[in-house]
Design a binder for this molecule. Sequence first.
Ligand code: PEP
Length: 253
Amino acid sequence: MAERPYIVGNWKMFGTRAMLSEARAIDRAAQRYMKVEVAVAPPYTLIHAVHKEAEQIGVGAQDCHPGAEGAHTGDINATMVADAGAKFVILGHSERRQDHGETNKLINEKIESALEAGLRVILCCGESLETRDAGEAEVFVLRQLKSALGAFDDPAERLTIAYEPIWAIGTGRTATTDDIAAMHGAIRKLLDQTFGEEASAKVRILYGGSVKPDNAREILSTAEVGGALVGGASLTAESFLGIVVAASESDEV
Ligand code: PEP
């Protein structure tokens, strides 16, 4: 795969300023693994502080409101996260879809606003266990993506996909490498059809769902896996860096 592997930590709703030492440790160690692109998405409250610590790693947001500034108490838009130092935003995470009822339509509006603010987008997709058991995982995931890809004129610069089967997030269960290869292959085909093979080849498809230092090597060596979106194991520098090291040594990426 042409692009560097991309390992992104999603801190979710974890972290106070005490976590800045972890960010610093991740950043300093990442300087030894230049073959890997490393980033973290802390909660909004830490974006600026992590950005100030970061010499090597990318910093992003976990979500953004789709609108311009206005009377939306408690919301934070794409321009604001960019101003705080974010270079990318994670959109369409299943926890947002589930906890906040986010629809593909709303996610598209968020994508538009993120691109307008100059952010890169990590677009999440993934099926429930029910959908997988019904044999509809691929159709479901491709439908989620098809509804969003039209917004990207410049996918090579702006788009990363994260395939995260919902049943594997935070559960300790991971998809088999055969299942991951099949889904990533189907996503790649869709990207080829949508953008052409040359532009598609520059879009990394991350896997997410209970990636840990001890399973990272196998997952990251799977066909079409261009990196990982990591939740729980990104909360300490020690475990997150175990995944970065695996990425620096894996064959596929
Ligand atoms: C995630 O939230 O994107 C994720 C993959 O979480 P975990 O690694 O904890 O399963």
